[in-house]
Design a protein around this ligand. Structure first.
Ligand code: AMP
Ligand code: MG
Length: 415
């Protein structure tokens, strides 16, 4: 049975249904550099101590504290130098009593030594050294396990791995880490009027902006985006393209062909399957939506409306939270705030309206950019925020505090 709902569902209901159907992708081991920006699929504990051995914090001389405790500028202590211990070049393992060994920063402290005298307190002698000052017991020695101890929890499951986490994993010797992988998102633009950028336009054609808008959004969300070519408004061509792509898709996103026109190819092709819900969502722009699953592996599919602003906002509201859940992350990503409207706006009753806005953080004001038209890509690119007008608000005068979603910032530095 075609699953076409005539009654609008709310934005929150639609999102809740999507999230209820979405689960994190199966964990995969990635080399640590490939894990940047991904969520750890399991907690990681250390199997080693850091530092792994007692080592010198200074360039100087390893000594036995008891041998040097009396050293002052007036009464220096002289000790024979029995060797040199370099970082990564440490032949001398034991320091005999009554001697000193040159030691470099990071080199292992020999057995018996319990302090390091920095060069600055010595004459830097090579055969015999004069020590003008005594370190305290243990001074300038970095103790084994003083930073990280074997068994310490290093990374909690769900942590989004950044440079510091990767540095830590490498430091404890981990070459790979289990993460939620990047979802592979296949993006299909439908519309017989669409042409690729860089090719000539006919009198009745337009360029396909959406597949770029959506692919870039998917990539910014951390996914891998596959932009499939334009598909004309023919159900067979659409279904063929879809089935060709399913093998490499964790998610399919289509644009266009879901409203009430005569050639709404996505709806026409998918509604008979019964596995995709189509219906109005009480929002503007972006009213016609579809969500479900296709193919033997029940790949999730989002069928977004074709108007570019509708497509973008639908991706923001519905697709991106799902991608984040697949990646083991919190669904919400954009910072939200409230701001003072600089100009009056109106909004249809019963719909949540998303107007494009220019948010000014210095006085926390927001100005509408362009009109509500869902084809206005110039204004969309000029905006840095979405102004959210609730369902029960039909007009808001200048000066009203409104909710604002900030578009140029978000978790993980994405846009
Ligand atoms: P549709 O949802 O297919 O009825 O399309 C709604 C409007 O969006 C129409 O004006 C389409 O020409 C336009 N449109 C559809 N797909 C795209 C696209 N990929 N890029 C730019 N505009 C599009
Ligand atoms: Mg169309």
């Amino acid at each position: 049975m075609p699953d076409i709902s005539p009654d609008p569902v709310s934005v929150d209901q639609h999102l809740a249904r999507i999230l209820a159907a979405t689960t994190p992708l199966r964990p995969v081991d990635h080399p640590i550099m490939d894990a940047l920006g991904l969520a750890a699929a399991a907690s990681v504990s250390s199997t080693v101590d850091l530092p792994p051995f007692d080592n010198s914090a200074m360039d100087g001389y390893a000594v036995r504290h008891a041998d040097v405790v009396t050293a002052t500028a007036e009464h220096p202590v002289h000790l024979p130098v029995v060797g040199e211990i370099g970082a990564g070049n440490a032949q001398l393992r034991v320091l005999p009593p009554g001697t000193a060994a040159k030691i470099m920063t990071g080199a292992p402290v020999p057995e018996g030594a319990d302090a390091v005298v920095p060069y600055e307190w010595t004459d830097r002698g090579a055969v015999q050294v004069r020590l003008d000052q005594s370190p305290s017991l243990g001074q300038h020695i970095r103790r084994a396990g003083g930073d990280v101890t074997r068994g310490d929890l290093l990374i909690e499951e769900g942590t989004v791995l950044g440079p510091r986490h990767l540095g830590l994993l490498a430091s404890v010797g981990r070459a790979a880490v289990s993460v939620r992988p990047r979802p592979r998102v296949v993006i299909v633009s439908t519309g017989s009027e669409l042409r690729d950028p860089g090719t000539p336009l006919g009198h009745d054609s337009i360029y396909d902006g959406n597949s770029y808008l959506l692919a870039a959004s998917a990539r910014r969300a951390g996914a891998i985006a596959y932009r499939v070519g334009i598909v004309p408004d023919e159900p067979k061509a659409f279904l063929d393209a879809l089935h060709d792509q399913l093998g490499r898709a964790d998610v399919v996103v289509t644009s266009g062909g879901v409203s009430m026109g005569d050639y709404d190819v996505v709806k026409e092709a998918l509604a008979p399957l019964g596995s995709v819900w189509f219906g109005p969502v009480a929002m503007q722009p972006g009213k016609p939506q579809g969500f479900g699953a296709v193919g033997d592996d029940a790949v999730p599919i989002f069928t977004l409306p074709g108007n570019p602003v509708s497509s973008y906002i639908s991706f923001e509201l519905f697709v991106k939270p799902a991608l984040r859940v697949m990646m083991g992350m919190e669904p919400a990503t954009r910072p939200q705030t409230s701001a003072r409207l600089t100009h009056a706006v109106t909004s249809p009753a019963g719909k949540r309206q998303f107007l494009r806005g220019d948010y000014d953080p210095t006085d926390r004001s927001v100005s509408p950019v362009g009109g509500p038209g869902s084809h206005l890509v110039g204004d969309l690119a000029a905006a840095n925020a979405l102004i959210v007008v609730p369902e029960d608000t039909t007009s808001a005068p200048a000066g009203t505090q409104v909710g604002v979603v900030l578009l140029d910032t978000g978790a993980g530095g994405e846009f």
